[in-house]
Design a protein around this ligand. Structure first.
Ligand code: BTN
Length: 241
């Protein structure tokens, strides 16, 4: 395993992307940091993490022939890999569409995938993962939790990182070997609130009842309305109440 360990950096994603413009890195090169000064998140554009407590890392994935139209399957593969590892620590782990990893109703891990695309092919991706491991207090983040909060013990971050990389390699193997239905099915099976009637809010503030029944091949969330009609939503078009 090729792991570059840093004590502090702006963002492991940005560092790895920049490094790869200068050096021909091998597939699955990992950059991990104790602290990020400009950690990037998806929804809120920041990812805050206490120095040295959590896993903050990015993995380079290189592809030979990966159509951009299949990009949702990369998200399924990455989410599944984290799900499988964390499930061995905590039974309550679920994937909240599109890629928040939840322990019960709280977020324990976030994923930020940045693709480099040329001629409708993804030629490489940088997969950034922020996993809350040993942090106990999350100022102003009531929805966040960590392994230590839930297990009441310190977790070995280096060992966990290795487990995550091995699981990621397994899932990317399925992606490269076009086991796309398998990746989608296993992702769906692990989804937060799948088949459970829930309240949603659309981006124009409509509140409605529905139940998640799956995801499309392009990663849209499929929600069955009370009327029986199934609607598909893109990221940020819908949220739980
Ligand atoms: C999210 O908002 O859910 C995604 C968070 C992703 C955070 C990780 S931490 C390591 C990597 N480097 C970054 O700047 N962001 C990702």
């Amino acid at each position: 395993m090729n792991i570059h360990k840093l004590s502090a950096i702006n963002s492991t994603n940005d560092y790895l992307k920049e490094l790869y413009t200068k050096v021909d890195l091998e597939n699955f090169t990992v950059v991990s940091a104790d602290f990020q000064t400009k950690g990037k998140g998806q929804v809120v554009s920041k990812w805050n993490s206490e120095n040295g407590k959590n896993l903050l890392f990015s993995v380079l994935l290189k592809f030979d022939n990966f159509d951009i139209q299949d990009s949702a399957f990369l998200n399924f593969a990455v989410s599944n890999s984290i799900y499988y590892v964390l499930k061995t620590y905590l039974p309550s782990i679920k994937i909240k569409w599109p890629n928040d990893i939840m322990a019960g109703n709280k977020k324990i891990c976030g994923i930020l995938i940045e693709n480099s695309v040329k001629n409708k092919k993804i030629n490489h991706s940088v997969v950034g993962i922020g996993l809350n491991v040993n942090q106990l207090i999350f100022p102003n983040l009531p929805q966040a939790t960590s392994l230590k909060i839930l297990l009441d013990k310190n977790i070995d971050k280096d060992f966990l990182l290795k487990e995550l990389i091995i699981a990621l390699k397994d899932e990317i193997y399925y992606l490269e070997n076009k086991k796309l239905s398998y990746l989608k099915k296993t992702y769906q099976d692990s989804l937060f609130k799948i088949n459970i009637p829930s309240m949603f809010k659309s981006k124009n503030n409509n509140v409605f009842m529905g139940k998640i029944i799956g995801v499309s091949k392009t990663g849209l969330l499929q929600v069955e309305m009370e009327s029986g009609i199934v609607r598909e939503y893109a990221n940020k078009e819908i949220g739980f109440m």
